[in-house]
Design a protein around this ligand. Structure first.
Ligand code: GLA
Length: 402
């Protein structure tokens, strides 16, 4: 609100917010039509908006102290061929920049909400989701902008459609071939619940989280982001597709351990998987099973079992899917040694970002106090940074605040 007043010298007409997320289990399964079990967290992106006086849109990212002017929203194209004004300089929509996320969402909305095609918006963005930490700061930005702009234009769009529109923006404008998990949970998270999402049917089931007296979710931010992250993500997607072609199925959701054995490297089948395809498919098949089992264990209040599945998920991501990194492995290992920790694992795409732990309140306190020093003893972070460790809770998804 203050940022909007400072930038535009008036009050915004609408304010919306959308949360970041952590995924309890079900990693790299979303783009394989599988199951995920995320929660929305108590860190969010707040978007203030009003109509602009003309067809130019003015967007200000308060945390970055950066501004951009966009031409008519219905003229925006992902091919970066339009000049947009970033601060004083003319610049292009740079794939993967915050501008590409915001512009992509507004362009997609303008295509279906006529008032947004005709008029520009004045908009500010402020976020408490750590940027680039694997907590889905980008999805919270997309869903926050979409929720605010839809509210301003009086358009009613279901949260599911909103999530799909945001994911499409991320694919086409930001150039990230992500699955649906992050946008879905940012739009549809529920207080005190995880969401078991079937990414094939996009149906979701609420699964109650344990009370705070029994267990807490601890986020451990490694503060590293290895450069290979985005290229490796696209490469994993492609390998999964290749594995499907070998096994003659549409998606790895349809694979079974038996089918995998039938097409294992060296098997007598005419079509066999490469060792890498086999390892990737093995992770997805087992991760889907673990995710369903974890949802069942959560419902039954069996936190030991949830923790065991989280640790098994991490091991599979490390060994078979190979998207972990030494820093995440250290965080998981350190957390797992603390009595009262049920389980821990990396969360999100991997190659840096965050790990999470499910722990008793007492153990959660210990993690917050002890992990930064123990981590520092193993990994020297640039600029004297420390691991950022905090407790979070399952929160509601996006909403219009005012
Ligand atoms: C990123 C993507 C998600 C999902 C995870 C891995 O967060 O945005 O769609 O694929 O990685 O589970």
């Amino acid at each position: 609100m203050a940022a909007f007043r400072a930038r535009f010298a008036r009050d915004p007409r609408r304010i919306a917010a959308a949360p970041g997320r952590v995924n309890l289990i079900g990693e790299h399964t979303d783009y394989n039509d599988g199951f995920v079990l995320p929660i929305a967290i108590d860190r969010r992106t707040v978007v203030c908006i009003d109509w602009s006086p003309d067809s130019t849109s003015h967007i200000h990212a308060a945390d970055l102290n950066a501004s951009v002017d966009l031409p008519a929203l219905n003229s925006l194209r992902p091919d970066a061929s339009i000049n947009i004004k970033v601060d004083a300089d003319a610049a292009r929509i740079r794939t993967g920049s915050w501008v590409s996320y915001a512009a992509g969402v507004l362009a997609n909305l303008a295509a279906i909400v006529p008032p947004l095609a005709a008029r520009g918006v004045d908009l500010t963005i402020a976020s408490s989701v750590p940027l680039g930490s694997g907590l889905s700061s980008s999805a919270s930005l997309e869903v926050g902008v979409a929720t605010a702009a839809a509210a301003l234009a009086g358009a009613s769009i279901t949260p599911r459609d909103l999530a799909a529109l945001c994911r499409d923006a991320e694919h086409r404008f930001a150039g990230v071939p992500c699955g649906i998990m992050d946008q879905y949970i940012a739009a549809m998270g529920r207080h005190d619940h995880a969401l078991l999402i079937d990414c094939r049917t996009q149906a979701a089931e609420l699964v109650a989280m344990p009370g705070a007296d029994r267990a807490e979710v601890v986020v451990m931010d490694s503060r590293v982001k290895h450069a290979l992250a985005s290229g490796q993500y696209a490469e994993r997607r492609e390998t999964c597709r290749a594995a499907c072609r070998v096994m003659g199925i549409d998606s790895l959701r349809d694979a079974s351990p038996e089918l995998l054995t039938l097409h294992a490297p060296g098997a007598r089948s005419p079509a066999t998987l490469s060792p890498v395809e086999h390892a990737r498919a093995r992770h997805i098949i087992s991760e889907n099973a673990r995710t369903l089992a974890a949802a069942q264990a959560l419902r039954a209040g069996d936190l030991e079992e949830v923790g065991r599945l989280m640790l098994a998920s991490h091991a599979s991501l490390r060994e078979h899917y190979q998207v972990s990194c030494p820093e995440l492995d250290t965080l998981v290992e350190l957390a797992a040694q603390v009595p009262g920790v049920f389980g821990a694992r990396m969360t999100g795409g991997g190659f840096g970002g965050c790990a999470i732990a499910l722990a008793t309140p007492h153990a959660a306190d210990r993690l917050v106090r002890e992990i930064p020093a123990a981590y520092r003893a193993r990994h020297a972070l640039p600029h004297g940074l420390d691991a950022r460790v905090f407790v979070t809770t399952a929160c509601d998804g996006a909403s219009v605040i005012a």
